[in-house]
Design a protein. Sequence first.
Length: 320
Amino acid sequence: MKNNSSVICIGELLIDFFCTDVDIDLVEGKNFEKQAGGAPANVCAAIVKLGGSALFSGKVGNDPFGHFLKNTLEAVNVDTSMLVLDDEHPTTLAFVSLKANGERDFIFNRGADAFLTENDLDKDRIMESSILHFGSATALLAEPFQSTYVNLIQAAREEGKFISFDPNYRIDLWKGRIDDFIKLSQKGIAIADFVKVSDEELMIISGMNDREDGIAMLHELGAKVVAVTLGKEGTMVSNRQRIEIVPSVKVDSIDSTGAGDAFVGATLYQLAIGEEPKRLLENFEQLKNIISFSNKVGAIVCTKVGAISALPTQEEVHQF
């Protein structure tokens, strides 16, 4: 593997507290399960589990929760040397309960991840990597993290780095601020080589009801390759010249948590071990093969409970 084949993911690492009581809100909920959360961290773990190299950059509190998160990533061999332990702000926490009608009760206690600044980053080291992934659900919410994120994406573009972008829309976080989400997401899409969006995110960001029209709009913004994940249908992928749905594999889905992050991680893993990631995406047949493998990784995650714990190894993918 090349020396610069490591993928660097910048974003949030937090604690998800899932209420294990059935059909109850957070007022009445008493029992909670602690899990490591954060889309960029899940992407890192997916890459490493497949045999690649990935580094996570972000900020957690210098508290028991922060150390739990650091240990969780290190247990799967993610490089945490650029994870900042903040003495001033606690680790970010999210509390979630699920009602029988599918509605979520959600409380977000924003902490250390919001305070990642450019001074916290080793930019020289970041720019040594061939691929940078920006897929944070929280990075664009507020300052100073918002400016840190946007400026780093622009700096990476200027350095000619391969940029992966996943807007990671969470309705609970953007209530009343949907226009801000669209504007900031379009900034990232405009300079990305690879854009992964869900069906919902495509419609929101593009304002289009037709998938192909929405994808065309993202290409007009500047995206080189667009992948729209469609769950069990597979993934609609376009590299401007061609567009096609790459089917997924059939599974009995138990928990889809982290499936999208696993898909992104699998894609970036394959791009990182190639000689020239940008060139790989120009060949549509190669691109379809990459997406097909990533679909399988995402599907496997759906057959298990959890995010990081459900991620497959290379051997498990080939045996599936």
